[in-house]
Design a protein around this ligand. Sequence first.
Ligand SMILES: Nc1ncnc2c1ncn2[C@@H]1O[C@H](COP(=O)(O)OP(=O)(O)OP(=O)(O)O)[C@@H](O)[C@H]1O
Ligand SMILES: [Mg+2]
Length: 254
Amino acid sequence: MKNLIAISGKGGTGKSTLAALLVRRLTAAGVRPVLAVDADPNACLAALLGLEAAGTIGGLREAARPVKDAPGTMPKAAEVELRLNEILVEGEGVDALTMGRPEGPGCYCYVNALLRDGLKRLSTGYAATVIDNQAGMEHLSRLVTAKVDALLVVAEATVPAARAARSILELSQGLPMKIGKRVLVWNKVRGEVGREAAEVVAGLPLEGTIVLPWDERLAELYATGRGLTAEACGGPEIDELLKMCGFMNTTRVR
Ligand SMILES: Nc1ncnc2c1ncn2[C@@H]1O[C@H](COP(=O)(O)OP(=O)(O)OP(=O)(O)O)[C@@H](O)[C@H]1O
Ligand SMILES: [Mg+2]
């Protein structure tokens, strides 16, 4: 996958909001098309982008299980890729893919591997891919094995959120996955990040840290279930973050 940004962090820290802000900013700067992958069972990325999810990968899993003795069926990887294309939702410069919840019992290792392969192939057609994850790294490592260009770990400026970010970042070091740049994103910050929280993450091998201030308009959007608007679309820190990750050399165009 080229230009792959993965977002992780404790629950409720603002991962999905950040994913949507990044997608909007990339497309506005002409980095198109972007593939937005919602890898959280509690899907909301498409909605934040003002799109309606047409289906989920979870819904495909059952149907995509290997069929024994079914001569003439399509090779599974190609079938999965085709089905991924069917549930893609198209927006302005962006396509959204929603994982959803797995359905039915049984082992999905085989299908998971196919999905990983399908996603890898699908994403080659995009200028960048942004993956919004569940808290933790396990999910991501099931979805992507080879390489993540930028891992963004989101934390509120509290000691518990900083501890969660630290453990995610430490865990990421032991994964069989090449991670280009690791950035810590302090989010919903009112004033400054306190010394206690900052000390928790001291010494981690980071490309850098970014502070995103508390933004009442973003909180309101969420409360009313709306997607990002021209007014609620983040500040210059989003550009800074993308530049830190090496994704954009352009200046802010809005
Ligand atoms: N910078 C911000 N300023 C104000 N509110 C914010 C900001 N970023 C996110 N929020 C709010 O925080 C809440 C959680 O955001 P979001 O759903 O993006 O978090 P999440 O980490 O994806 O959560 P989950 O772990 O449940 O998936 C939402 O109400 C959202 O509007
Ligand atoms: Mg989320």
